[in-house]
Unconditional design. Structure first.
Length: 341
């Protein structure tokens, strides 16, 4: 078995200082004014020898792991998966890797995951926080660990936050349905206590009040199995036969809603209008295509990673003022919310 090559071996073989090699392997060649020729010579050699740096030792030496912790509700969810892919792409270009974690909106699990990431010495955190983890986020901030929240927030914490205008996103969707002559518009949302859901509910209520309509609200269990969600929606529609349009608070609630509407034999776009919060590739090809409040995924991911890197790149005791970036969602009107006949 061949001996594992070390940085000392590389330095001795190429007659280059360990410091220079470290700068090159850590992507700091240009910053330290190391020539492209020398950099390429080192990179070619480590590739030839299949050199893999000891990341733990590297982290101890530099104080940097070049790893970002991305903590989201569910990495399999279309919204979070799309944002994660864009973040990973941008982080990789800057020499960083991502560790993904799914919280399932579970407070205890989220705290355990954040503490696990701290044990791995990750450099920064991008988090969609469930309720009751304010103390854990405060701890990250008090230790000066770069942290950005997204999708939901804690009003009492002064920290970086990137999200969308959930209030006006929902309000615009209801205004559109009201303009299409729908009179009994329901809002199907989650009982999760999340701030983005609360903001969407406020937007729904404001638009309903402005239109002089009666609110129809169904809050389903966040942790319910898919078939239970379907049944909850079926039961609600059975008890409220006058519902003629629905705004679903998330795209996965909409998918469960489609099953419920199918079982109730209600034809979308004819017998009932539908708008979903968060677009989905499936919505374009559904029959009829589904109207949606779309989040600007690319812009969202760019602001997330740039905000985090601004904090990661802060020099010494430099204080970075936390920023709150609120992006505008777009209502994409398709046939599912066409004018009521």
């Amino acid at each position: 078995m061949s001996k594992k090559i070390s940085m000392n071996d590389i330095a001795r073989e190429l007659n280059i200082s360990i410091t220079t090699i470290s700068f090159i392997l850590n992507g700091k060649a240009k910053e330290m004014r190391i020539s492209d020729k020398l950099s390429q010579r080192v990179l070619d050699y480590v590739k030839e020898k299949n050199y893999n740096p000891n990341t733990v030792g590297q982290s101890l030496r530099t104080g940097k792991s070049r790893i970002i912790g991305l903590v989201v509700e569910d990495i399999a969810d279309v919204f979070f998966a799309s944002v994660a892919r864009l973040i990973e792409e941008k982080a990789y270009k800057k020499g960083y890797k991502i560790i993904y974690c799914s919280t399932e909106n579970n407070t205890k699990k989220t705290i355990e995951l954040i503490r696990m990431l701290r044990g791995r010495n990750v450099d920064g955190y991008i988090v969609t926080p469930p309720k009751d983890i304010e103390h854990e986020v405060s701890s990250l901030l008090s230790e000066g660990l770069p942290t950005v929240l997204f999708d939901r927030y804690f009003p009492q914490l002064k920290t970086n936050y990137v999200g969308i205008d959930n209030y006006n996103g929902a309000k615009t969707a209801i205004e559109h349905l009201a303009k299409q002559q729908y009179k009994h518009i329901a809002f199907v949302t989650l009982d999760s206590g999340q701030t983005q859901m609360a903001d969407r509910l406020r937007g729904y209520q404001a638009a309903i009040d402005d239109a002089g309509l009666i609110p129809h609200l169904l809050e389903v269990e966040f942790s319910a199995k898919p078939q239970k969600l379907v049944q909850q929606i079926i039961d609600y529609l059975t008890q409220n036969k006058n519902i003629d349009a629905i705004l679903f608070a998330t795209n996965y609630l909409a998918l469960r809603g489609f099953e419920a509407l199918q079982q109730k034999q209600l034809v979308i776009g004819e017998q009932i209008g539908v708008v979903a919060f968060d677009d989905h590739a499936f919505f374009k090809v559904f029959n009829p295509p589904i109207s949606a409040v779309a989040q600007p995924m690319k812009e969202l991911s760019e602001h997330l990673i740039e905000t985090l890197f601004k904090n990661l790149n802060a020099k010494g005791d430099q204080q970075i003022t936390p920023v709150e970036i609120i992006l505008k969602p777009e209502l994409i009107i398709r046939q599912s919310s066409s004018k009521k006949l």
